[in-house]
Design a protein around this ligand. Structure first.
Ligand SMILES: Cc1cc2nc3c(=O)[nH]c(=O)nc-3n(C[C@H](O)[C@H](O)[C@H](O)COP(=O)(O)O)c2cc1C
Length: 187
């Protein structure tokens, strides 16, 4: 069987990183929200998450100034809103108002939680040494909130080209993972 060679710069189309998320920030009394697809879990304890947030985002300045944000996990019912949030800047508009999102106070950070989302992860910057070279922020999760009553729980996965895959069926292979039993826990 022949393998077709493809452009290596398109590796991101094959390595989708996880659910598309919203990143909420608050700076000088103004909150903002952006969409983020490039992120990865890096470590269990302390829990570290790598995120690409660049100077093209207005949110970059808020993150730089406050060293805090909230990563909110939207579900498929918010698909169009998530895309629209990632196609406009919060520099001159309040995106929470524009998109009808509800803020709630976080416990440990100044950025707001987004109540329409399935879960919210309060984060503090743990390491910004790779920001200048790669726009890579290493964040530590300091608190998590989950909406257990929410019926719609399917997350969205960006294929890198404006199309999205919606969570489908779940394969349970836990019995084949004796080496990793400690990680078979509920949120
Ligand atoms: C599907 C999607 C995924 C995105 N992923 C990222 C990302 O991983 N990192 C990033 O810096 N910007 C990403 N963006 C772009 C930002 O969301 C966009 O620049 C947004 O307008 C920034 O908002 P702000 O200027 O109010 O901060 C993405 C946009 C979309 C639509």
């Amino acid at each position: 069987m022949a393998m077709r060679e493809a452009d290596p710069s398109k590796a991101y189309l094959l390595l989708e990183a996880g659910p598309i998320v919203l990143v909420a920030t608050a700076n000088k009394g103004r909150s903002n929200v952006m969409t983020m697809g490039f992120h990865m879990v890096m470590q269990h304890a302390p829990p570290l998450i790598g995120c690409i947030i660049g100077p093209w985002d207005h949110s970059f300045e808020a993150l730089k100034a406050t060293k805090e944000c909230v990563i909110a996990i939207p579900t498929v019912d918010l698909a169009e809103t998530v895309v629209d949030i990632g196609n406009c800047s919060g520099e001159r508009q309040d995106k929470f108002e524009t998109f009808g999102l509800t803020k709630a106070d976080a416990k440990a950070v100044g950025a707001p939680l987004i109540t329409e989302c399935l879960a919210n992860i309060e984060c503090r910057v743990a390491d910004d040494s790779q920001v200048e070279s790669y726009n890579l922020w290493i964040l530590e999760a300091v608190a998590i909130w989950v909406d257990d009553d929410r019926k719609e729980r399917r997350t969205l996965h960006h294929n890198g080209d404006g199309t999205f895959t919606v969570d489908g069926s779940k394969l349970d292979l836990r019995e084949r993972m004796p080496l990793w039993k400690d990680f078979q826990v509920e949120l």
